[in-house]
Design a protein around this ligand. Sequence first.
Ligand code: NAD
Ligand code: GLY
Length: 369
Amino acid sequence: MTATVAVGLGERAYEVLIGPGLLDQAGERIAPLLKRARVAVVSDETVWGLHGARLSAAFERAAIAVLPIVVTPGEQTKSFAGLAELIDRLLALELDRGDLITAFGGGVVGDLAGFAAAIFKRGIDVVQIPTTLLAQVDSSVGGKTAIDTPRGKNLVGAFHQPRLVLADLDVLATLPDREMRAGYAEVIKYGLLGDLKFFEWLEAHGAQVLAREPAALARAVARCVEMKAEIVAQDETEQGRRALLNLGHTFGHALESETGHSQALLHGEAVAAGQALAFRFAAAQGFCATGEARRATDAIAAAGLPTGLSQVPGHPFAADRLVRHMAQDKKAEGGKLTFILARGLGRAFVAKDVDAGAVTAFLLTEGAC
Ligand code: NAD
Ligand code: GLY
């Protein structure tokens, strides 16, 4: 069964298809978007090795030539150097503005290939085929594309909506458990930020989602995509409500900066710890009941994800260094810190003008030094 979620963005509207077996339908689904019967596929070595043959076969059945560009897996590829290399390879393939790039991989490939598509010859179309849980529920939808710089994550990028997203749930079968849990951090984010019922469903069924039980997985991915589509359609360029999707990210990005964006702490793991910290900080500031912050923390812990500083490699962290990372974050405006906090489960809000001193004091109570 394929679920279809529409992202209502007027002339840039598109569909997100969610279900098993979609990789095998990629040729017929993408063919109507092509001017020429060829497609550049950007993937990473791991994804291409595991699933490239299936995708290629699907394109070949639709008489579409595949031009694969296979990059090194990992966050370090989402860099100026990685972008320069990718653009050079696209130019070498003599792609032009009538062609289309397919981003086939996790959030790293999606963000990098999406950004390359945004700027290649002033912009060409991109289709996202996300292969991690994180990418299926978050990064492939909504058009945010970016690379990192040594000064921080996602600091250079563009909004460039895909023409289509194909989220094939079957490909998640090969995803390592740790990556599955990291993606689940973004799943739980949707419940925590805006849907108490979904959060409660995850409290009861999260283990089935993590075990990739087909019905639970399909329901979870579809609900996340529905919520993301609704938010993006309202606030494409993050002037307001879209910022709620950054729940856990201000604390999380600071931790990722401290751990060097390395395998020591995956993005989703940072977001997991960041969400628990955001709920406890909200409770400490009197916005949210302590019991609700504890429930958020417990649900994250139940998924085997970190919920605090002491579970992050490198602990103990210096509170003032963490706050400095937060101040460099692009969500900081006019020297004030912006956080996504919550008034309760499913009730996130954008808190501007958060006092850095209060954050430092809170981090000290959380084990920072
Ligand atoms: P990733 O792309 O690095 O993938 C994680 C690992 O899993 C990689 O080693 C990859 O090769 C492997 N992999 C991918 N699919 C697989 C599969 N089906 N089977 C086996 N292995 C597989 O990481 P990610 O967690 O998908 O994405 C993280 C990135 O996404 C970060 O750079 C983050 O900034 C970005 N992000 C972007 C947005 C957005 O809105 N654009 C939102 C959230 C996160
Ligand atoms: N991942 C946050 C956003 O898409 O806005």
